[in-house]
Ligand binder design. Structure first.
Ligand SMILES: [Mg+2]
Length: 388
């Protein structure tokens, strides 16, 4: 087998369709780090870290990574140790990365994702095959409504439902009156056949506050309430008394977190990322623990570009407990966009072909690696040199 020969790190800033915010977010989405891995066979694989300095788990236990942090760690610590690693030996790749520096899961995820793409392209198989096969070939998309004004949110919900989206997630955790009103108004406009979820991103000050607000929302029908408060012990207080299922997101990064959530009966649903556990390799371990604990899961993320979203789709296809609609954006290069907005957060993207969306579901690509080519001209166009 060939070996990894070279690593390049690129910081990009992709232009957004509209501002997309959630509680605690301090910068625009889309300013992320890409990793380009080249094998000594000349084949290239791409990975992404949607690095956010304000996203670091409960009480910041895993720290945030800015694009500058991620770039520094990949270039100075991970790159020297993974050069020479056999293509496809993902276990060895992680041993090397974990031995050289503790933590930095986003930096490691970008390298891991690129390594899977490179392995799939070298072996001529899709990445979902390297993850053990797939249990689904279409991924239902949840459209995420950021912290928008209510009128704007209602208009967007109407539009995405007309486009075939079946699940909508509304960001809340700001003001109880506003949060209840937005759920009521969205329910009125989308009707009873659409699943609605709310995500507070730890925004409610206390479990009691969260329970009071979510109980008022329940009359409008909630599929689940995501991360109402910060902390596994505190989220468990909400889960214990609500009828609505509760999802752990900020509280669930690594397999160990999922074990703790299980032991403390802190949530009903666990949100899996390709990035929180340091890549697809760790994400499949999270899925295994969630499977043993009988948790339902979705795949969720940080509004990645097409590169990261391809990894999200392959994970959602392969991980058996992912039975819920996924918050995976529908990545579309500008040339393919037609005015639709369901699952679309950027006005352009970094991949050559658009995702195919039918009846609110993304088709899982069949080609080798992640199955869609990266557009290196677009990477150059959106290269950001103001690294922080
Ligand atoms: Mg969330």
């Amino acid at each position: 087998m060939p070996a990894i020969k070279e690593i390049e790190v690129v910081h990009v800033s992709l232009p957004t369709r509209r501002e997309h915010k959630w509680t605690g977010l301090t910068e625009p989405i889309g300013g992320y780090i890409l990793v380009r891995l080249t094998g000594d066979n000349g084949i290239v694989g791409w990975g992404e870290a949607p690095a956010l300095k304000d996203w670091g788990g409960d009480y910041g236990r895993y720290f945030g990574e800015s694009p500058g942090t991620t770039k520094f760690i990949v270039e100075n610590y991970l790159a020297p140790t993974v050069v020479g690693c056999e293509v496809g030996n993902i276990a060895d790749l992680h041993q090397r990365m974990d031995a050289i520096v503790k933590g930095y899961p986003y930096a490691k995820a970008a390298v891991d994702i690129a390594a899977y793409d490179l392995a799939g392209r070298t072996l001529g198989v899709p990445v979902w095959k390297l993850l053990g096969g797939r249990v689904r070939d279409r991924i239902p998309v949840t459209h995420s409504i950021g912290l928008l004004e209510i009128e704007e949110a209602v208009e967007e919900c109407k539009k995405v439902v007309d486009e075939g989206i079946k699940t909508i997630k509304i960001k809340v955790g700001v003001d109880p009156t506003r949060d209840v009103e937005i759920v009521e108004r969205v329910r009125m406009v989308v009707g009873d056949n659409i699943d609605l979820c709310v995500d507070a991103n730890c925004g409610y000050a206390t479990p009691r506050d969260a329970v009071r607000v979510i109980r008022k929302m329940e009359q409008f029908g909630l599929k689940y309430a995501e991360q109402p408060v910060e902390g596994i012990d505190r989220i468990s207080e909400v889960t214990r008394v609500l009828e609505t299922p509760v999802m752990a997101d900020e509280s669930a990064w690594f397999p160990r977190d999922v074990l703790e959530i299980f032991e403390k009966k802190a949530a009903d649903i666990v949100s899996i990322y390709t990035t929180k556990p340091g890549g697809l390799y760790g994400a499949m371990e999270v899925a295994s623990v969630a499977c043993a604990a009988k948790f339902l899961c979705n795949v969720n993320g940080s509004v990645e570009t097409g590169v990261g979203n391809l990894a999200n789709i392959h994970l959602a296809a392969a991980a058996s407990p992912v039975k819920l609609s996924c918050v995976v954006p529908v990545s579309m290069p500008a040339e393919s966009q037609n005015g639709n907005v369901g699952g679309i957060y950027y006005i352009d993207d970094l991949i050559k072909e658009p995702f195919t969306l039918a009846e609110g579901c993304i088709d899982v690509p069949e080609g080798k690696g992640f199955g869609i080519e990266v557009d290196e001209d677009k990477i150059e166009r959106y290269r950001d040199t103001t690294l922080r």
